[in-house]
Write a protein of this length. Structure first.
Length: 129
């Protein structure tokens, strides 16, 4: 029996602005690698991700890819997140862990703060976390 499931429209069709953001973020990652800010061998040898790399990730919006725009993030959908995260993982798995933990920490912090304090008490910018 033939499959009746049709693939959803591509991100370029569904949300051209988000597709542009995804391309910009992926280009930023590749640029960081070219600049030597992403160096897996050095990360492994030093057993750390250097502060300049983390700062560059934050400045380029890569630590807030799923955080809503109103809090300074990119507000990517699951599809956009998957595309960017795939490239991060390809370049360096330890960066994928760093970004994943950052995003999870923000989500949990947001959940706790939302219950305890009003929306205005949340940081205005995702990079503040």
């Amino acid at each position: 029996m033939p499959c009746s499931f049709r693939s959803p429209p591509s991100l370029d069709v569904r949300d051209p602005d988000e597709a542009k953001t995804v391309r910009r973020l992926i280009d930023s990652l590749r640029q960081m690698r070219g600049e030597g800010l992403i160096d897996s061998a050095a990360f492994d040898e030093q057993e750390t991700i250097p502060e300049p790399t983390i700062k560059a990730l934050a400045e380029r919006g890569l630590l807030g890819i799923t955080i809503p725009k109103e809090y300074g993030g990119s507000g990517l959908s699951s599809t956009g997140y998957a595309r960017v995260f795939s490239e991060v993982s390809r370049l360096d798995p330890s960066l994928a862990v760093l970004i994943g933990v950052q995003l999870r920490t923000w989500v949990e912090g947001h959940r706790v703060v939302r219950v305890a304090r009003p929306k205005s008490a949340l940081p205005a910018d995702a990079r503040a976390w």
